[in-house]
Structures are given as structure tokens and as C-alpha cells.
Ligand binder design. Structure first.
Ligand code: ATP
Length: 391
């Protein structure tokens, strides 16, 4: 059977284990020899016990676990050809010519480069007598299938990355917890949610969830949510706030000053929660930190204001049902893609498109993702939205 290896790379995310499990079991089911590579590219470069053959039961009882049980790492060695040469030797030694990489755009870029270099790496291994001519011939094609594991939902081509849904659940739980204490006092709470430069994806998703929950649970004591995120800061940040508030019943109207709190207070409004995306910037490109927002609130509302930074809590914990199923589906599809690959097949990334698992050209998606990040860095918001497309 074919040799397949699966590894997780870059930041961990809930649902990665479900994906690893699916790769192992689908691979074994189809008669492949499946390996784990521990600690991402570092394990591939270091070899030895880091590359271990998997069996059916070695992935038992992992689907419900957060993070990645096979470890993840950032690996400087793999960025150098010398590191990739070592990695190639380790793979050939074990007969592995199919890789399933679960990670972010960096990890997928590395995998694609590795695939492009593969023939020349094998030539070098042959000329330095580290592999035989038979091995050079037998393992001449490397196939790659990627999946995106990230809580940031920042990858072009997929509707959801593995881990986003769980992170949103975690944020909602945290907001619920804060809400109960916020009700009890006339305080404003500022919550900073993760998402690096892509906080603009996670925080509006969170706010959508929160607002919909808010209508059901808190109405008519509707929470005030102020979402500051990068993409809309081309508009003055407060316009975003204003339009959000306008969409909520029993909140301030369009002509009111966002920070004039009296109307909601007199209507019984006690809840003020502000969600700030990590990485948010103002229209001059300056970071909008939770501290800065706090200052604005204190200056304008003269209200007791507390900051909660959710940090890595958002990334940890059990995957949601959605992420478990997503990981399973993506993992199975990745193995199918490798089984069907011909020498001409380009590296693919397995994505979710309207509830269908699809295979897309890996580098096209990576390049689009990078172009979005660049457009955002250049404050070309409309271009960023266009490039990102509907997902
Ligand atoms: P996250 O979204 O969590 O940051 P990522 O996959 O984008 O995930 P990176 O740190 O960018 O995370 O990449 C993970 C690893 O992939 C790197 O440590 C490195 O080993 C490898 N890698 C990334 N980019 C390249 C590249 N251009 N060439 C070779 N290897 C790379």
C-alpha cells in the first residue's frame, strides 16, 4: 500500500485530532501504511521516533480532545533547503510519498515548496549516496493534500477552517459568563477576542452569535456591542458601532451620541459589553487596544470599566460537534485526494464549500489568502473583501 504521513503544523486548533483520526482510519481502510509525524515539520526533519506508524487504535479516544495529540511546532530548519533535505531522507527511508498537512497558510506554503523541490532533493540524496537509484525511481513523486486548521477562519477558499466554530463557542461561553456579572453592576466590560490580523473575521462572527443570543435571552435588556475590527475601520470606527446599535431594538437611535448612555439606562439597560478584536486598527492604522477603548469609555461614560482578554482560552478545549464532523470529512477527503492523485496532480487543499468537501489548488488559495492580508495591511479594504470572496 501507499505510504501516507499526517502531521499538524503552526498553531493548534480544536478539531485537528478529528482530522488526524480520519486520515489514519481512511488510509488504513484503503490499504495504506499510515504514519504520524510528531511536532510538525520539526519531527519530519529530526526523524527517528518522531515518525511513527499508526494503527486503527492509535487514534482511539482522540476525537473529543482539543489541540493536537501529535504535537505541532514552528520549525526554522524546514525553511532551509538543508532541513528539507533531511526531511526528504526521513520520508524516503519509510516509503512515504503522500503527505497530509493540517495547518495554516505558512504550513501549506512549506508543503508546496517541498513538493516542487522533491525531485532535486532526491537527486541530491542520490548523488550523496544517501538513497539508492531504486529508491530515487520508486519514490519520485510526492503528493500533498492540505487542510486548514485555524481558529481565525482566515483562509481563502474554505467557508470554515477547522477550529473556528469551537472558538466561537468558547467566546460565547465567556461572554455569557461576563454577562452574568455585568448584569449585577453598572459596569462596562471590554472583551478582547483573538484572531491576529484576522480578528475581523472572528469577532463579527462572534458578534452575530452574540447578538442573536442576545435577542432571545436579554431582550429587552439588549446588550450593547461595540465591535471594532479592521476591515470597517476605513469607515470611522464609531460609525460601525452606530450602525450596529441601530440594528438592535431598544438601543440608541441613529442621531444619538453612541456614548450618551442615558436613554438605555433610563430604559433599564444595564449591560454594556464591548468586543474588541485583537489586531483592530483605527482609520489611521493605529492599533485599537482594549486599553484605549477603556479610556474612551471612561472619559465619555465615566463608568467603571473592566477588561477581559480571552487569549488562548479561545483556542483550547474540546472541539464542537461541527469541528469534529468537519475534521472527519476533511481528513477522509484528503486521503481520497491522495489516492486519486496522478504525477501531474497539483497539491490541493481540501475545503468546505457550501457543505460540500471540495479540493482546490493549494497555491492559488494560499496566494489569495496572502493577497488579502497584504490588501489589509495596505488598508485597501474593498480590495480585501473582493479578493476574499464570499468565504
Ligand atoms: P498559523 O496560522 O497558526 O500561523 P501557519 O501554518 O501559517 O499556521 P507558520 O508559522 O507560518 O504557521 O508556518 C508553520 C511552519 O511551516 C513554519 O514554522 C515552517 O516550518 C513552515 N513554513 C512556513 N512557511 C514556509 C516556507 N515559505 N517555506 C518552508 N517552510 C515554511
Amino acid at each position: 500500500g501507499k505510504g501516507i504521513a499526517v502531521f499538524t503544523s503552526g498553531g493548534d486548533s480544536p478539531g485537528m485530532n478529528a482530522a488526524v483520526r480520519a486520515v489514519v482510519r481512511m488510509g488504513i481502510y484503503l490499504g495504506c501504511k499510515v504514519f504520524f509525524i510528531k511536532e510538525g515539520y520539526q519531527g519530519m526533519v529530526d526523524g527517528g521516533g518522531n515518525i511513527e506508524e499508526a494503527n486503527w487504535s492509535s487514534v482511539s479516544s482522540i476525537i473529543h480532545k482539543g489541540g493536537t495529540v501529535i504535537g505541532s511546532a514552528r520549525c526554522a530548519d524546514f525553511r532551509e533547503r538543508a532541513g528539507r533535505l533531511k526531511a526528504a531522507k526521513n520520508l524516503v527511508d519509510r516509503g512515504i510519498t503522500n503527505l497530509v498537512v493540517i495547518g495554516g497558510d505558512g504550513s501549506l506554503t512549506g508543503a508546496n515548496l517541498f513538493r516542487q523541490e522533491w525531485p532535486s532533493l532526491l537527486d541530491e540524496l542520490l548523488s550523496t549516496k544517501q538513497i539508492s537509484a531504486e529508491q530515487r525511481e520508486k519514490y519520485k513523486h510526492l503528493h500533498i493534500a492540505g487542510m486548514v486548521g485555524s481558529i481565525d477562519n482566515d483562509f481563502c477558499g474554505t467557508d470554515m477552517t477547522i477550529g473556528t466554530d469551537s472558538a466561537l463557542h468558547r467566546i460565547i461561553e465567556a461572554i455569557d459568563a461576563i454577562v452574568s456579572t455585568a448584569y449585577s453592576h453598572q459596569r462596562t466590560f471590554i472583551m478582547e477576542v483573538m484572531g491576529r490580523h484576522c480578528g475581523c473575521y472572528l469577532s463579527p462572527c462572534a458578534s452575530t452569535y452574540v447578538i442573536s443570543t442576545g435577542f432571545k435571552c436579554f431582550h429587552p435588556w439588549v446588550a450593547k456591542f461595540i465591535i471594532l475590527f479592521k476591515m470597517d475601520n476605513d469607515h470611522p470606527a464609531l460609525d460601525v458601532v452606530q450602525s450596529l446599535l441601530e440594528s438592535l431594538p431598544d438601543c440608541v437611535g441613529p442621531d444619538e451620541d453612541v456614548f450618551s448612555d442615558s436613554q438605555e439606562r433610563s430604559a433599564g439597560q444595564r449591560l454594556n459589553i464591548i468586543i474588541v478584536a485583537e489586531g483592530a486598527i483605527d482609520r489611521d492604522g493605529e492599533p485599537i487596544t482594549a486599553e484605549k477603548v477603556k479610556q474612551v469609555v471612561v472619559d465619555n461614560l465615566k463608568q467603571d470599566t473592566r477588561i477581559t482578554v480571552l487569549g488562548h482560552v479561545q483556542r483550547g478545549g474540546s472541539p464542537s460537534a461541527f469541528d469534529r464532523v468537519l475534521g472527519c470529512r476533511m481528513g477522509a477527503e484528503a486521503v481520497m485526494a491522495l489516492m486519486e492523485a496522478t504525477p501531474e496532480t497539483e497539491a490541493c487543499v481540501v475545503s468546505l464549500d457550501g457543505n460540500q468537501a471540495v479540493r482546490l489548488p493549494l497555491m492559488e488559495c494560499v496566494e489569495r489568502t496572502k493577497a488579502v492580508a497584504k490588501a489589509m495591511a495596505d488598508k485597501q479594504w474593498e480590495k480585501a473583501v473582493q479578493l476574499r470572496g464570499r468565504s
